[in-house]
Write a protein that binds this ligand. Structure first.
Ligand SMILES: CC(C)(COP(=O)(O)OP(=O)(O)OC[C@H]1O[C@@H](n2cnc3c(N)ncnc32)[C@H](O)[C@@H]1OP(=O)(O)O)[C@@H](O)C(=O)NCCC(=O)NCCS
Length: 170
């Protein structure tokens, strides 16, 4: 499948159902999912894929499969999803990465490319990331791509920091 985005080390492409096994290695890992209500089981992983396939159809974008150019493996996800925050629809940059690959700059590389895609292709004026205050690695990814703390909200029943970057500052 043709990639939507290519960076130095990564390809971002649409998810297919066959991604469920390598994706489960990421989304069923309790450590990776410690800021979420729970790690996903097999049907949760499949729902994740179909939810994003629906987003591709409806919005033209969603979370994409993150594939290593070196190994060809699916190593995470990153992309752009519509989220309602404080009654307004915002476009969020999301990212999840397999744990053995953390701290090599991969999520920042993917998120930076998604930021550029969001401004150039989606013509977004603002891009956000919803981050639990204690999720330091995610906060650092947001800061590395030029985001700053915009506001704090209760989102899905939990306090979240909303980081944003606006088009002119990117
Ligand atoms: C958030 C996540 C995607 C970051 O991926 P990554 O590729 O390791 O991030 P990067 O290598 O680009 O590094 C970003 C920053 O996080 C830091 N970092 C990475 N892993 C870390 C860890 N376990 N503890 C503390 N800081 C960490 C890096 O050192 C870097 O900070 P720096 O700029 O001060 O050096 C990854 O930790 C992850 O998958 N977490 C679980 C899923 C998640 O929480 N997603 C975000 C939801 S809002």
């Amino acid at each position: 499948m043709a990639p939507v985005i290519e960076t130095d080390r990564l390809l971002l492409r649409q998810f297919v159902v066959e991604d469920s096994l390598p994706l489960a290695r990421i989304l069923s890992d309790p450590e990776t999912m410690r800021f979420y209500p729970a790690p996903l089981d097999d049907s949760g992983v499949l729902d994740w894929i179909t939810r994003n396939q629906t987003r591709y159809q409806k919005d033209g974008h969603g979370l994409w499969a993150m594939v290593s150019k070196t190994t060809g493996e699916l190593v995470g996800d990153s992309g752009l999803i519509r989220q309602e925050v404080d009654g307004n629809v915002e476009i969020e940059i999301g990212y999840h990465l397999r744990r053995d690959l953390w701290a090599k700059g991969l999520a920042s590389e993917a998120a930076r490319a998604c930021r550029d895609y969001g401004f150039a292709q989606l013509k977004a004026n603002r891009l956000i990331s919803l981050i639990r205050p204690e999720n330091l690695p995610s906060r650092r990814v947001a800061e590395r791509i030029g985001m700053v703390l915009w506001k704090q909200v209760m989102w899905r029943g939990l306090p979240h920091d909303v980081f944003d970057v606006v088009r002119s500052a990117a």
